[in-house]
Design a protein around this ligand. Structure first.
Ligand code: CP
Ligand code: NVA
Length: 321
């Protein structure tokens, strides 16, 4: 059965570094000469990649469709009105049928179990384009963005502070940091605690790399000494009905220059956000400041998608470390 990419937890530290390096290589090639590295040119020629999205998307859709085209393949976007995962047809039947005619399924789903079930049946690699538990291609782009900001591949010893919701983006970010030796501190409001089973995966990786990992309820504690402060929306897709309660519960969690100063963030701290952004989680004077790497981070999604397709489709999961 093919190797799937459902979470950063599926990668060894070496494989994660290889993916970030491949993304960086693709970026240099494309920015320099408008083409992917020579080994990837036409690497998906004659191949179809199904993009099954049961939720809306700007960055993930554009980056993945674009990546397939750069590699000479054909992206086939299937939105929730084209096929309804598990509504008109079971996930099992859908996965059987789509994988019999394509070379890869990139899927954005609700419950993570949906993508696990898809992968179990699929005869081609399944890549997670976001589930309620994980967002691995985002984490690759974030590690590339941090690598570029540092000007070095050795990220061990840096500190990433998360201030916000305990969600899909946090989990793969924490897993990526833990595998690269980056210390992580996550501040979430009381009652919005991290999933202990997922957090344990990151804690186990930290044991191997020597990185520290903690959860707190006070944003000031998380940002202390942080090189990067990161957040995401407080209201993820599917949580719209909880919006009013969440806005109340997350009071005091907005990322501002004042919070960073009060908490004692590193003088040169930088800001990351996967986007889309709402003003409540980060002030304009941070979001649109030179500290903010968000638009480069968004662009890096293209190179992360190329690296993921290279690793799991072209190289069939044999990632050279
Ligand atoms: N960051 C991200 O995944 O954005 P989209 O939801 O627009 O794809
Ligand atoms: N946590 C957000 C991420 C969107 C890219 C969501 O799941 O909606």
């Amino acid at each position: 059965s093919p190797r799937h990419f459902l979470s950063i937890a599926d990668l060894s530290s070496g494989e994660l570094v290889a993916l970030v390096t491949a993304a960086q290589r693709a970026k240099h090639a494309i920015k320099g000469g408008n083409s992917v590295p020579s080994n990837l040119l036409e690497s998906l020629s004659g191949k179809t990649v199904a993009l099954m999205f049961s939720k809306r998307s700007t960055r993930t859709r554009i980056s993945t469709e674009g990546a397939v085209v750069y590699m000479g393949g054909h992206p086939m976007f299937l939105g929730k009105d084209d096929i309804q995962l598990g509504v008109n047809e079971s996930l099992y039947d859908t996965s059987k049928v789509i994988s019999s005619m394509t070379s890869c399924i990139v899927a954005r789903v609700g419950p993570h179990k949906d993508i696990v079930d898809l992968a179990e049946t699929s005869s081609v690699p399944v890549i997670n384009a976001l589930s309620d538990a994980f967002h691995p291609m985002q984490a690759i782009a974030d590690m590339l963005t941090i690598t570029e900001a540092q000007g070095s591949k050795d990220l061990a010893g840096l500190k990433v502070a998360w201030v916000g919701d305990a969600n899909n983006v946090l989990y793969d970010l924490a897993l990526a940091c833990s595998k690269l030796g980056i210390n992580i501190s996550a501040a979430t409001p009381a009652g919005y605690d991290v999933d202990p089973a997922i957090w344990k995966l990151a804690q186990d990786s930290c044991q191997e790399t020597g990185a520290s990992i903690e959860t707190v309820h006070e944003p000031e504690l998380a940002v202390k000494g942080a090189n990067f402060i990161v957040t995401d929306t407080w209201v993820s897709m599917g949580q719209e009905e909880e919006k009013l309660k969440r806005l109340k519960d997350f009071a005091g969690f907005q990322i501002t220059n004042e919070l960073a100063t009060r908490g004692g963030a590193n003088r040169d701290w930088k800001f990351l956000h996967c986007l889309p952004r709402k003003p409540e989680e980060v002030s304009d004077d941070v979001f649109y400041s030179p500290r903010s790497l968000v638009f480069n981070e968004a662009e890096n999604r293209l190179y992360a998608a190329i690296a993921a397709l290279e690793a799991f489709v072209v190289d069939e999961g044999n990632i050279l470390v």
